[in-house]
Write a protein that binds this ligand. Structure first.
Ligand SMILES: [Zn+2]
Length: 185
């Protein structure tokens, strides 16, 4: 599997992240293509998707129903997806409303591959959480993300089982060599 880099040059400015110890999982069905998803979050008019994120895309990656992995924001930056996790996490959304239906098999395989690859890069002990799995991760107390139609417990087990013990010295250099986008410019 590989990552399709579609990080657009954007007017939004992202802060660099000092710490990476968590992966946050989301659902996101606001668009059908990565380009349209970034555009949706760039729209800051009242109650549009970007109204809540200050025009920033809140996920580093978006995994489409066909299993394609698009990178939306370079890895070195914070994205505003989940209040208390933003300064220490990589955030991944999938194109599937998993409050209602489970992930497609090909999509689930892509989630596992991506999370295992990131986990390898960052030492093998990343905590993997659903956005609203623990309290206070959303400003909206009624939000359910990503939903319980896909078991996060089983997903975590499969990610850990797929993580190779490879001792990466420099996560960003290693990920860059594997096709990931690290910074703009
Ligand atoms: Zn979410």
């Amino acid at each position: 599997m590989d990552v399709w880099n579609c990080c657009p040059l954007t007017k939004a400015t992202y802060k660099e992240r000092k710490l990476t110890n968590t992966i946050v999982l989301h659902r996101c069905t606001v668009a059908k293509t990565p380009g349209d998803l970034v555009k949706a979050f760039a729209d800051t008019t009242k109650f549009a998707a970007g109204f809540y994120t200050g025009g920033k895309t809140p996920y580093h990656f978006w995994i489409q129903e066909n299993g394609q992995i698009g990178q939306l924001v370079p890895l070195a930056y914070n994205v505003p997806g989940a209040v208390q996790y933003n300064a220490r996490s990589i955030q991944i959304a999938w194109e599937r409303d998993t409050r209602k239906v489970p992930l497609k098999a090909i999509q689930r395989d892509a989630v596992i591959w991506l999370c295992a690859t990131l986990n390898e890069a960052f030492g093998g002990n990343l905590k993997i959480v659903g956005h609203t799995e623990e309290a206070a991760a959303s400003t909206d107390p009624n939000k359910v993300c990503p939903g319980n139609k896909t078991s996060l417990t089983r997903l975590r087990q499969d990610i850990v089982a797929s993580t190779d013990d490879i001792h990466v010295l420099n996560p960003y250099t290693w990920l860059k060599n594997h096709g990931f986008e690290i910074k703009y410019g």
